[in-house]
Write a protein that binds this ligand. Structure first.
Ligand code: NAD
Length: 916
């Protein structure tokens, strides 16, 4: 007997019965070692003449949780579960599975390959593989329909939900439910079977039956499953396997099952679902906050504000059995809040999902109050008052006095600075953000906002509390909108640009819903209230004037179209009905708006809609990662999967960007206001890595060797970019010469045309300017006065430090390139781990923009301000700011001669500066 087998499973013989005990805590997952151990013990029992039968048993909590999914996509060691099942089938001695706790997935397949099954009353049995985008791949789809009714088997396998022991007994999946000591009962059960001489019952020898015509039955099953599981590939494959179980011999059916399993395991959808499974388990692993960090005890809670969020948050506490005091300013608001809570619970009772007594119990845990002092015994106080800094700070000042020492002071703010709120108290270490999502009692996401001074124990306690409240707590740093809403802003921005360019709200919504989102953006804005976004945009206009928005959403609001609440928004609504109906009025408004901003309507494809909206999310996510606001890409995915109706089979925005391929995301040259391919910034650092991998190897750690590796990668990219540029220049020069030769021949004017070109040093400048301009991001059509930057991957990748060799050779400006991404990044935040040289890049961008202006002016003085207007957008973000600083009036550029002179003057000044 091998040592490994001994460690992971036990073998003993009691009264002629072999007992094989699985011992692989916590869930007895069927990894390589456990499978090998069971195989070894089965053979031992079979070969021992003193043994009459065998019992397979786990712990009281878990028979087995199934396969170890970390072993997926890795080479499997022998024996696999199917081989183990074959050995079970081959046993000449009866084999009983004694199921305590749960038998799930491979665990149930192991039990199904035994000849009999007994279970404890609280045991759960299920095949949840579908939730990971796969199917039961070790005979589960073949055995289950052979032992229970086909319709029931299909329900179990396509829903993935486990059934209780009692139901399993009713269906025939379990032979007996036993009380007390499971092992004792199993041995007695087997002894009785042996005594009665009951034959072994191999499921593989049974026949799967279907009520009525199998063809019609499976056709209907397929139709139903396709409707219920849109976008998920596994359920349909499960139906196909079940059909094989009904129509083919066992071995053939199992072979088919294996093939379908192998196919599914490699689908993006399955990978996404597995990613989600692991991502959820990761969110509470915080570097520097180990699992054994001492936590504060939360026995009582309090919520300030009984509005939309306060009421829902109070319900979360009551649902978890934590007594909660709800404090309001006025009796009227308090009554309204409490009545909302009551009617919410009553609705659940009416749907049969909650017992009346349970509702009473929960209501009794909620204590309404008008006095802050009534919260003085609360271990945590969550404020859900109006979203205004002064209101929140004022409240926190009061809490300073009323809250007991050591109480956690949490804010439910969705946008405000948690650190500023914390400053209002003398105990900032106790302050934390708990951003619940609406409806708070339903949505699983809880963004836990860690302030600068939040104590580690406060963070650990809040994370633990999040789990107690059955939420998915995801840690976010402090920034406007935190993870979810900050990304959403870019998504909103992009969705509105799509309208400007030719799409309709219904088209955008339909495309994204078809792709898998629970709701399209415009239906969502109408539901949330367009006035909320309007307020944010007004605030943004002051705080971040450089942020570009389509003004169309404002136009909608100016007309009082706030969405569902006013019966009109991006759609119209009929009284008492929330169904969005496309409104011709909006279409007319859109057309006149497009005319006003000078954008020609074009056909926008569904693919473009999805790509632009999704890449906008992923790009902002990359910023968020880079700034350390989120700890890992999978956390960002969890935010979207649990708080924003993102389809689980797409794995979240970051997983999606990875699965499309960062190179493709970067290369996507989308028309219109395309997304900045920010993912490039990350890619530069760790070339060839996915976003997920990147964050596993935290790139915030610039002291590590990874930083240097990343730096080397950057250098290499720069070298390559330089090489590309040379080739490109060579080709362009060749083409120009050829054109010139042709022109000379045609016009018969020899080389005279050169007179029209600048000569000598100016000619060199001209050519340099030409190159500079070509390096610029392409300028899309002018759009509402804002730049339409279509960034080329090369623009992102190549941030090239000045080459000393060129300086020596006097070709300073010839091959310098512009890293717009780097320049922008630098402007927005000084970040750790930056490896590029963005200030230089920024200057170069401005430089290149100016050159473009001058080049155009030199060539065609008659065009005057035209080219400038085209170049202006690019210069606005970078060059314009610098021009302002230098006190130069932009209008000067409109004067061709003055522009030319200015160009020369500045160029000389720059050269002098460098020489200096
Ligand atoms: P709401 O207007 O529905 O409710 C706020 C309640 O707070 C009101 O009933 C008001 O009477 C009460 N209140 C105000 N000042 C108070 C004070 N000093 N003491 C006691 N009660 C006071 O607002 P809401 O939608 O529930 O939002 C509350 C907070 O939650 C805001 O910070 C908001 O940004 C945030 N939030 C809202 C949502 C959402 O979808 N509504 C989602 C996430 C977070």
């Amino acid at each position: 007997m091998s040592e490994a087998a001994q460690r992971i499973a036990d073998y003993s013989v009691r009264d002629g019965i072999a007992v094989i005990t699985l011992n692989n805590p916590p869930v007895n997952s069927l990894g390589n070692a456990l499978r090998a151990a069971i195989m070894e013990y089965l053979k031992k029992a079979e070969g021992d003449p003193a043994v009459k039968g065998a019992v397979l048993i786990g712990s009281a909590k878990a028979f087995s949780g199934g396969a170890d999914i970390r072993e997926f996509n890795k080479p499997r060691e022998k024996p696999d579960l199917a081989e183990l099942n074959d050995q079970q089938d081959a046993m000449t001695k009866p084999l009983v599975a004694a199921i305590g706790g749960f038998a799930l997935g491979g665990g149930l397949e192991l039990a199904l390959a035994c000849h009999f099954r007994i279970a404890l009353p609280k045991s759960q049995l299920g095949l949840p593989e579908v939730k990971l985008g796969i199917l039961p791949g070790s005979g589960g789809t073949q055995r289950l329909p052979r032992i229970i009714a086909m319709a029931e088997a299909l329900r179990m396998m396509t829903s993935g939900n486990p059934i209780a022991a009692e139901r399993a007994k009713l269906l025939g999946l379990v032979d007996e439910i036993v009380e007390g000591d499971l092992l004792e009962a199993a041995v007695l059960f087997l002894a009785r079977l042996l005594k009665e001489g009951r034959p072994r019952r191999r499921i593989r020898d049974m026949q799967a039956k279907v009520d009525g015509d199998p063809k019609a039955f499976f056709a209907q099953a397929r139709e139903q499953v396709a409707r219920e599981w849109k976008g998920y590939p596994a359920p349909l494959e499960i139906v196909a396997c079940a059909q094989a179980a009904a129509t083919r011999p066992f071995d053939e059916g199992r072979k088919f099952e294996r093939e379908r399993f192998a196919h599914l395991v490699n689908t993006t959808e399955s990978k996404a679902l597995r990613h989600m499974f692991f991502a959820e388990r990761q969110t509470t692993r915080i570097p520097g906050v180990p699992e054994d960090t001492p936590v504060r005890e939360i026995r009582k809670a309090a919520v300030v504000g009984a509005g939309t969020m306060g009421g829902g948050i109070a319900m979360c506490f009551a649902n978890a059995g934590i007594p909660v005091t709800v404090v309001e300013m006025k009796q009227e608001a308090l009554d309204k809040g409490l009545s909302n809570i009551r009617s919410n619970y009553a609705g659940t009772v009416a749907k049969g999902r909650l017992k009346q007594e349970e509702m009473q119990r929960r209501m009794s845990l909620i204590t309404p109050s008008l006095k802050l002092e009534d919260m003085s015994d609360a271990d945590i106080i969550v404020e859900a008052v109006f979203e205004r800094m002064d209101v929140k700070q004022d409240l926190f000042k009061k809490l300073e006095v009323t809250a007991k020492p050591g109480a956690i002071l949490a804010t439910n703010t969705s946008t405000l600075d948690v650190d500023l709120i914390a400053e209002a108290t003398q105990r900032p270490q106790d302050v934390i953000g708990t951003h619940f999502f609406s409806p708070a009692n339903v949505m699983r996401l809880l963004e836990v906002v860690r302030g600068k001074q939040t104590g580690k124990d406060v963070l650990a306690t809040t994370l633990k509390l999040g789990k107690t409240l059955k939420k998915v707590p995801v840690v976010s740093g402090v920034c406007d909108g935190f993870i979810g809403n900050r990304m959403l802003e870019k998504y909103v921005q992009q969705s509105l640009f799509l309208l400007d360019e030719g799409a309709t709200p219904a088209q955008v919504d339909a495309a994204l819903q078809k792709w898998g989102l629970a709701m399209g953006p415009f239906a969502m804005y109408d539901m949330a209230g367009n006035d909320i976004g309007w307020e944010i945009r007004k605030r943004r206009a002051k705080e971040r004037p450089e942020m570009v928005y389509s003004k169309f959403a404002d136009r909608i609001c100016e007309l009082g179209r706030f969405g569902q609440k006013t019966g009109k928004g991006f759609y119209r609504y009929e009284a008492g009905n929330r169904k969005p109906i496309p409104d011709p009025e909006v279409e007319t408004l859109l057309q006149s708006y497009r005319k006003e901003i000078g954008v020609e309507t074009r056909q926008v494809s569904d693919e473009e809609i999805v790509a632009r909206c999704m890449y906008a999310l992923a790009n902002e996510g990359a910023y968020i990662l880079e700034e350390g606001i989120a700890l890992r890409a999978s956390d960002i995915d969890m935010v979207y999967l649990t708080g924003y109706g993102f389809p689980p089979y797409r794995g979240g925005p970051m997983f999606h960007a990875d699965s499309v391929g960062l190179d493709k995301v970067l290369a996507a040259r989308l028309p219109g206001r395309a997304v900045e391919a920010r993912a490039a910034a990350c890619e530069i650092r760790q070339r060839g890595k996915t976003l997920q991998r990147l964050t596993e190897e935290s790139f915030h750690d610039r002291s590590s060797h990874r930083f240097h590796r990343a730096h080397a990668a950057l250098q290499e990219l720069a070298r390559r970019a330089q090489h590309d540029a040379r080739r490109e220049d060579g080709r362009a020069r060749g083409a120009r010469r050829a054109r010139a030769r042709q022109g000379r021949r045609r016009r018969g004017r020899g080389r005279d045309h050169r007179l029209r070109q600048p000569r000598g040093r100016h000619r060199l400048e001209h050519r340099a300017a030409d190159r500079g301009a070509r390096r610029l991001p392409e300028l899309g059509p002018r759009h509402d006065g804002e730049p339409l930057l279509l960034l080329r991957p090369a623009d992102h990748r190549a941030c090239q430090p000045e080459n000393p060799g060129w300086r020596r050779r006097g070709i300073r400006r010839r091959r310098r390139r512009v890293d717009l991404a780097g320049a922008e990044r630098d402007e927005q935040a000084p970040l750790p781990g930056r490896v590029a040289a963005p200030p230089q890049a920024r200057e170069l961008l401005a430089d290149a923009a100016d050159r473009r202006v001058c080049r155009e002016a030199l060539r065609d003085p008659a065009r005057g301000a035209g080219p400038l207007r085209r170049a202006e957008p690019a210069a606005r973000g970078q060059g314009a700011r610098r021009r302002q600083v230098q006190g130069r009036d932009r209008a000067d550029h409109h004067q061709d001669e003055a522009g030319r002179q200015e160009y020369r003057r500045r160029d000389d000044a720059r050269s002098d500066g460098r020489r200096g």
